[in-house]
Design a protein around this ligand. Structure first.
Ligand code: ACO
Length: 460
């Protein structure tokens, strides 16, 4: 809503008044949307740390107080009482489902698990065995849309008409594609989910079932995975979600938009961090360091302590708090004695008592503990970010719909401050003094400039 307050800005000795917008939780923003047309100035905020890109009603975060709510419900309450699929419904549709709605939604997700046979060749030599599963996931999420031409028209009204089907389909197929990418890499036969298993249980079953051994995970392991998915389900305007929104703002369909989200998530500073956490722990272990040399290098800016720090949270990430407790539980069940987990514990202790990290509010983030849990349950490291992507799918879907439903939505198109070369002379730049070739008069310039093109074709 528009606040009665305004902000004043003085530019070139002239004062301008800018409206203040206030969110439902009291967040305030200076609305600069008319700043350039009124003053000729733009704002500069590299990395968008201080820029609101949209109004959204999906997720609320207060990084100073460590609050995270999906559709107004605190994450701690959902973690305690809900499941990933129920939370996905809440995020996508804005309300918790009735029992009937929940059952219909779960059935729809289950029914959509299979992949068109035409896609099977992707898993039969369509990708090299060395392909990262995030590359496979991004490509196949976009490809899967090609089998549903009525859902990928890039006409907003029509794509929105099929939204319910597309949302359930993506939630389901992202799990199938992820498990199949793993099975292909490991030379295992491809299998589909079972009717009587829940979402996360089915994923683990599809991942780890061997021809001679059907895998049914321990309930607490299923719960830990479900919790990881639930805690990752949305996180307002993070890098991948902003990517999804930006792609959606051009009018692109849901499948193309979430496929772009997967690419953004892959990076080590975002979703790729959980994989990097384990790689960092392995590196420390191999070097014989107890963690202190790595922490020192991080303080000197030579390394980054992966799994620490967050753009928004300046206190403990509430998701990390929940996963820390879950990690303790999982480690007791699987009874693994892994030296990497001891190093992780030491890193946490060191960072939490060191002024460098304290003064910069660098706490362990959700990726630190999700990495530890996933490693403990036997998940291969290159699947960590894929699991993050499965978890983030409801958020991407909800954000796509928010953008696509805006009647007067505008394409996302930031501006820049240009700092490159001034406008220059092409010819002088191409042939610097003393470098002008002897056949200058007869080469392809003439064909461009209208002279004889005799030699031009010979050179082309
Ligand atoms: N290790 C060491 N120093 C760090 C770390 C870290 N992990 N993170 C930030 N810092 C330092 C920076 O060097 C900087 O120090 P300075 O003030 O002396 O220059 C200060 O803390 C502020 O850091 P920024 O890079 O400005 O913080 P920003 O908000 O841009 O970055 C980010 C946040 C990307 C998460 C960063 O903390 C990081 O790289 N962490 C490691 C990667 C990671 O775990 N990513 C997962 C994020 S959570 C998620 O995606 C679910």
């Amino acid at each position: 809503m528009i606040s009665p307050e305004t902000a004043k800005i003085i530019l070139d000795q002239k004062t301008y008044e800018l409206p203040i917008v206030e969110g439902t939780a009291g967040d305030k923003a200076v609305d600069i949307s008319k700043l350039r047309s009124q003053t000729g100035y733009i704002t500069l905020d590299e990395g968008f740390a201080n820029t609101g890109s949209c109004k959204s009603s999906i997720t609320y975060i207060n990084g100073e107080k460590g609050i995270l709510c999906y559709r107004g419900i605190p994450i701690e309450v959902l973690a305690e009482n809900s499941t990933f699929i129920e939370t996905a419904y809440l995020i996508i549709y804005g309300e918790l489902p009735t029992r009937k709605q929940m059952s219909a939604f779960s059935q729809k997700v289950l029914r959509n698990a299979s992949l068109h046979e035409g896609m099977m060749h992707f898993f039969d030599g369509g990708f090299p065995f060395t392909a990262h599963p995030m590359a496979i996931l991004s490509s196949l999420l976009n490809s899967v849309g090609c089998y549903y031409p009525n859902m990928v028209t890039n006409h907003r009204e029509q794509d929105l008409e099929h939204f319910d089907d597309a949302a359930a389909l993506l939630l389901s197929k992202v799990r199938t594609i992820a498990a199949m990418a793993y099975r292909m890499k490991n030379g295992l036969p491809l299998i589909y989910p079972k009717r009587d298993l829940g979402y996360s249980q089915n994923f683990l079953h599809m991942m780890f079932t061997e021809p001679y051994h059907e895998y049914y995970p321990h309930d607490d392991i299923t719960k830990a995975l479900d919790l990881i998915l639930l805690l990752h389900a949305d996180h307002e305007q993070n890098c991948s979600t902003s990517t999804v929104r930006m792609v959606a703002s051009s009018g692109a369909n849901l499948f193309a938009s979430v496929s772009a989200g997967v690419c953004a998530l892959w990076g080590p500073l975002h979703g790729g961090a959980n994989q990097q956490v384990i790689q960092m722990l392995e590196e420390i272990y191999r070097s014989g360091d107890d963690g202190s040399a790595f922490v020192e290098a991080a303080k000197q800016g030579k390394r980054r302590l992966m799994g620490f720090g967050h753009r928004l949270y300046k206190t403990y990430d509430p998701r990390a708090k929940i996963l820390r407790a879950a990690a303790d539980k999982v480690l007791k069940i699987v009874k693994v004695k892994d030296p990497l987990l001891d190093i992780a514990q030491r890193l946490e202790d060191m960072a939490r008592s060191d002024d460098y990290f304290i003064s910069r509010n660098l706490y362990p983030n959700v990726d630190f503990y999700s990495g530890i849990i996933l490693k403990a349950i036997g998940m291969p490291t290159d699947m960590f970010t894929v699991i993050f992507a499965i978890g983030r799918m409801p958020g991407w879907i909800a954000h796509w719909r928010e953008v696509a439903s805006q009647v007067k939505g505008r394409i996302s198109r930031p501006r820049q401050v240009y700092v490159g070369a001034p406008i220059r002379d092409y010819v002088k730049m191409r042939y610097r003094e003393g470098e002008i070739p002897s056949d200058w008069e007869s080469d392809d310039h003439k064909s461009l400039g209208g002279g004889s093109s005799e030699n031009a074709s010979a050179k082309a």
